[in-house]
Design a protein around this ligand. Structure first.
Ligand SMILES: Cc1cc2nc3c(=O)[nH]c(=O)nc-3n(C[C@H](O)[C@H](O)[C@H](O)COP(=O)(O)O)c2cc1C
Length: 218
């Protein structure tokens, strides 16, 4: 069998990164402060959805799974996202809190990698965030049996209608099966693309109760 000629040649797709550099002497002593600085720069540069991050978890067979979630809070001790506590990701985190986060900020030629453990945040904190979400999102949280098989799109829309009926005239409060996790980092790495593939990688490792900063080969 002959293959069709490819429409584009992936071998030729490459960018030479040259926007900035990163040195051990430039970075903040706490990685969360460095993250906040880069996040503010991503916002200023109008990066599309700078708070979108890839969350990877591992199941009991050692099979990793990755998906995008939205960062909703940067705290001194970690990174908060919200999800369904009965979803696949949540079940995996309950059995094994070890996880990773990856941010890719193309427009700045930057990547941030985080490794750590995820824990549920306080229910009052989840209540407070949920209360501020738009009505449709709150209905959606009640409606979706996240990660479960459903028959059809129609079934989902029907469930949403039923949820709206149920809450008619009432406040849509947080379901107990929905809330936040905080990822507490033990490793954070800041990657800045450089020319000729000689990129800068500055890594923070939590060791002997302090953040050690090292440079890694790209
Ligand atoms: C840009 C983007 C943002 C997303 N944000 C969230 C989020 O904050 N929380 C969430 O549970 N799922 C979010 N999702 C959906 C997840 O990627 C995923 O499909 C869902 O959480 C189910 O994952 P699971 O079955 O592995 O638990 C987002 C997807 C995209 C593409």
């Amino acid at each position: 069998m002959t293959m069709d000629k490819p429409k584009s040649n992936l071998y030729d797709l490459r960018i030479n990164y040259s926007k900035a550099s990163l040195n051990k002497t430039d970075v903040q002593s706490a990685p969360v402060d460095q993250f906040q600085q880069w996040f503010d720069e991503a916002l200023k540069s109008q990066v599309y959805e700078p708070n979108a991050m890839v969350l990877s978890t591992v199941n009991e067979m050692g099979q990793p799974a990755a998906r995008v979630v939205l960062l909703k809070e940067i705290r001194e001790d970690g990174f908060v996202f919200f999800t369904n506590y009965k979803s696949d990701k949540a079940r995996e985190l309950e059995a094994n809190p070890a996880c990773s986060l990856v941010f890719l900020w193309h427009e700045l030629e930057r990547q941030v990698r985080i490794e750590g453990d995820a824990y549920k945040i306080d229910s009052h904190e989840s209540d407070a965030y949920f209360a501020g979400r738009p009505y449709e999102s709150r209905i959606g949280a009640w409606t979706s049996p996240q990660s479960k098989e459903i028959e059809s799109r129609e079934e989902l829309e029907h469930l949403a209608e039923k949820t709206k009926e149920k809450f008619k005239g009432k406040e849509v409060t947080r379901p107990e099966f929905w809330g936040g996790y905080i990822v507490i980092p033990r490793m954070m790495e800041f990657w800045q693309g450089r020319p000729g593939r000689l990129h800068d990688r500055i890594r923070y490792v939590w060791e002997s109760n302090r953040w050690k900063v090292i440079r890694l080969a790209p």
